[in-house]
Design a protein around this ligand. Structure first.
Ligand code: LLP
Length: 382
């Protein structure tokens, strides 16, 4: 439990519960056992903290990377290159070369021009690049518009209707090896129907490919996207992995020995991190009470960017069992969107109190910036 904090640590800072992270991974692995060929890759974009990556590596997870730097970082943290998959619509030549040199497990290719460049760069090194195609399944994930990825209007992937031609094109190339299909429909998905629809789309596509004589699909990657409970994180620290993996077990028709890959980010890392921030001032106006804290949108961008709500606790006030009051919790940055939440109930806040912003282990520190020339928050491990 993260009830204590080191008052000597400069605020704001992220604190990660490594025990919860390990337990979350172990639960995911146990629930994935209903799918005999399942392999989980940690989406490193959600949290690239070294200590967490060591744990992921130790638990036998692979990594889902979206840059050359992430690939190098994961390998340095002990994740074997062959367990790394590499996605992204705009892989640079330098990044493709890093992936070729390190010998990653799979490039998730998002366009034909990218395929041709990977083939050329692999040829120059006398290598054969393992590839899957990212397919846009046109499944609506009913999540925030900025984190929906699997619709035709999104920039990601190749249309299902183009796949036969694209795979046949890949087979003409000497320096790429076709492994299979990759999908990702969006993030923070709590409605399992979305994953059932995805499974059905994959089944349809596999049937179409086989009718067209493509019978060597050995890998299916369904991406990530499982959501977490931002409203009651303390009650539900571990997401519903049972229902999630069950949906695929019940709906996806895998061919014999086909590997099934998952790229989970938020579901593994969100609940193990919180952002600790100090109250600088309590300001009362005619209509409002503002708790002005020393963390801002530069430290945790999600509320400003996606209208996300993270549960906030006044650690000091709760410990002292102070009465409840209503506050807007805001940061110090010169932007009106620098607001963590409005009209929320907190134990009475006073200057110097420590507040915790929960469920901040995913897309928290990794999206921090130095806007306003602020210092990046620290990361602390328990
Ligand atoms: N695989 C691919 C290809 C992805 O694009 C993503 C996330 C994942 C896996 C991992 O998704 P997850 O399991 O974490 O949902 N910054 C946003 C989320 C962006 C997600 C981008 N892609 C947020 O803070 O909500």
């Amino acid at each position: 439990m993260l009830q204590t904090f080191d008052i000597a640590t400069r605020t704001p800072y992220y604190i990660y519960d490594t025990e919860l992270f390990a337990r979350t991974i172990q639960t995911a692995k146990a629930e994935a056992a209903c799918l005999p060929t399942a392999q989980i890759h940690f989406a490193v974009k959600s949290n690239s903290n070294i200590q967490l990556l060591y744990i992921a590596a130790n638990e036998g997870l692979g990594a889902d990377c979206v840059s050359g730097a992430e690939i190098e970082h994961c390998i340095a943290c002990g994740i074997p290159a062959e367990k790394i998959v590499f996605a992204g619509v705009g892989k640079s030549d330098e990044e493709i070369n890093i992936a070729l040199d390190t010998g990653i497990g799979c490039f998730n290719v998002e366009s034909v021009p990218e395929l041709d460049v990977i083939n050329e760069l692999a040829a120059a090194k006398g290598k054969v690049a393992p590839i899957s195609f990212r397919i846009n399944p046109n499944v609506d994930a009913h999540t925030h518009a900025n984190i929906t990825t699997g619709l035709e209007e999104n920039k990601f992937g190749i249309a299902m209707s183009d796949m036969v031609a694209v795979i046949n094109h890949a087979k003409q190339l000497n320096n790429v090896h076709y492994l299979g299909l990759h999908f990702h429909i969006g993030s923070q998905i709590l409605d399992m129907t979305c994953f059932r629809l995805l499974s059905q789309r994959i089944n349809e596509l596999q049937d179409q490919l086989e009718i067209a004589g493509i019978n060597d699909t050995t890998s299916i990657n369904v991406g990530g996207g499982l959501g977490i409970d931002y409203t009651n994180p303390e009650l539900n620290p571990i997401p519903n992995f049972r229902d999630y993996f069950r949906v695929f077990a019940d709906n996806l028709c895998l061919r014999p020995s086909q590997a099934l890959h998952f790229e989970l980010g938020r579901a593994l890392s969100a609940q193990c991190g919180r952002l600790i921030t100090k109250c600088l001032y309590v300001k009362t106006t005619a209509t409002k009470q503002f708790a002005i804290v020393d963390a801002g949108m530069s430290d945790l961008l999600r509320p400003a960017l996606y209208d996300a709500h993270h549960k906030i606790i006044n650690l000091t006030g709760r410990k002292e069992q102070r009465p409840l009051h209503t506050y807007d919790v805001v940061g110090p940055i010169c932007e009106s969107s620098d607001v963590f939440d409005k009209n929320i109930t907190l134990h009475e806040v006073r200057r110097g109190d420590m507040l915790a912003i929960l469920s901040a282990g995913a897309y928290g520190f990794v999206m921090a910036s130095q806007y306003n020339l602020r210092t990046l928050p620290q990361e602390v491990i328990t």
